[in-house]
Design a protein around this ligand. Structure first.
Ligand SMILES: [Zn+2]
Ligand SMILES: [Zn+2]
Length: 384
């Protein structure tokens, strides 16, 4: 099991905890890094993980990807989150214990956890396997009240362990490198799901706007599905990188002539840019019945969309949110089969704050991944 990387030592023994109102009365303490306020940066913390219940899987976390939404969440840029907050929803590790009703996972299995750890399980979305669109709201992997566990606040994967209901645990194929597989759990599924929803297949033309964590996965996945891929970028400096990832064409989006030359050349666009930007030039690159999926969530309003463009080519302007559990498993298996993984830079706990600053500056190719074996290291900003 787990070839290529030593198995971490067993988790700490069960410890009785001083409960703080919402936490479990018994559980396992796990080393973690998280924010204690919007300005604290990431500092060493200890989180209490519940004792595995009958449906639970206890996971020793090996790697956790750093998602841009982790930065927004810990800095309170979307809303005031509950602090302390341990981020991380691109989790890969191995099973250390399972509950009595868990049959599909066993100790030692390589597993993953993505952006959610539960949902209502009974609304129309949940019954269709679209837990991300749960009508009562899915339970996020961090910073969310967990109704099935006394509304304890979930804490994410910048940590040495986590306990998750079996329904929300993914099987990570052994063919995938565990560190490079971690970003598949958010960046991978977020781009895979709209490509599948649009039914992208051999010969389709896919456009990708933005070449960050999501965009680079969109290029790789679309290529693996047999598509012809065009990357739209605002920076000529990204041309070589786009081609290295497999893009067939690269278009400088601020060059009006280049955009005009791309008129009616694309079937579906995956737009990963989270800053407000004008979509109308991209609609002009779409063919009849094309679609643009917007995946980034800008904090400010977007420039208006021209209805005429949509009407004259029967275009769809759509959004998409991660993917369901079944589809996430399908994506992992697809990636293993096609040799697709994220391009990553592994960081230790002491580099997390720098990594956040570099993510904000767009200075990463293309995803940071935390090696959780480093979690006991002190933070350079622990006294901030
Ligand atoms: Zn994410
Ligand atoms: Zn539901």
């Amino acid at each position: 099991m787990n070839p290529g990387r030593p198995v971490p030592p067993p988790l700490a023994k069960t410890i009785s905890l001083d409960t703080t109102g919402s936490g479990p009365s018994t559980g396992v303490l796990a080393a973690a890094y998280g924010a204690t306020s919007a300005v604290s940066g990431l500092v060493p913390l200890t989180v209490a993980r519940r004792e595995p219940g009958e449906d639970d899987v206890e996971i020793a976390i090996e790697f956790c990807g750093l998602c841009h939404s982790d930065v927004h969440a810990t800095r309170g840029e979307w809303r005031e989150p509950p602090y302390p907050l341990v981020p991380g929803h691109e989790i890969v590790g191995h099973v250390t214990r399972v509950g009595s009703a868990v049959e599909d996972f066993a100790t030692g299995d390589r597993v993953g956890v993505g952006c959610m750890v539960d949902s209502c399980r009974e609304c129309d979305s949940c019954l269709e396997g679209l837990e991300q669109y749960c009508e009562r709201g899915n339970v996020g992997t961090y910073g969310a009240a967990d109704p099935r566990h006394a509304d304890a606040i979930t804490q994410g994967g910048y940590s040495t362990s986590v306990v998750v209901d079996k329904r929300f645990v993914l099987r990570v194929p052994e063919a995938l490198d565990p560190a490079a597989a971690a970003p598949l759990l958010c960046a991978g599924i977020t781009t895979y799901s709209p490509l599948r929803y649009f039914d992208v297949e051999e010969g389709d033309a896919v456009g990708v706007v933005g070449l960050g964590g999501l965009g680079h996965m969109a290029v790789k996945l679309a290529k693996a599905m047999g598509a012809e891929v065009t990357v739209f970028t605002t920076s000529e400096s990204k041309f070589d990188a786009a081609r290295e990832l497999g893009a067939d064409h690269v278009v400088l989006s601020k060059d009006a002539d280049a955009m005009e030359a791309a008129n009616r050349s694309i079937d579906v666009i995956i737009d990963t840019v989270a800053a407000p930007h004008d979509l109308n030039p991209y609609f002009r690159t779409l063919r009849l019945d094309g679609a643009l999926f917007q995946l980034g969530l800008p904090a400010d309003d977007m420039p208006p969309v021209s209805p005429g463009l949509l009407i004259r080519r029967r275009l769809a302007y759509a959004g998409s949110l991660i993917g369901g559990i079944e589809e996430t498993q399908e994506m992992l298996d697809f990636c293993a089969e096609h040799g697709v993984a994220s391009d990553i830079e592994i960081v230790g706990a002491g580099q997390l704050n720098d990594a956040y600053d570099r993510m904000v500056a767009g200075d990463v190719k293309y995803r940071f991944v935390l090696d959780t074996a480093t979690l006991q290291e002190p933070s350079e900003r622990a006294d901030a």
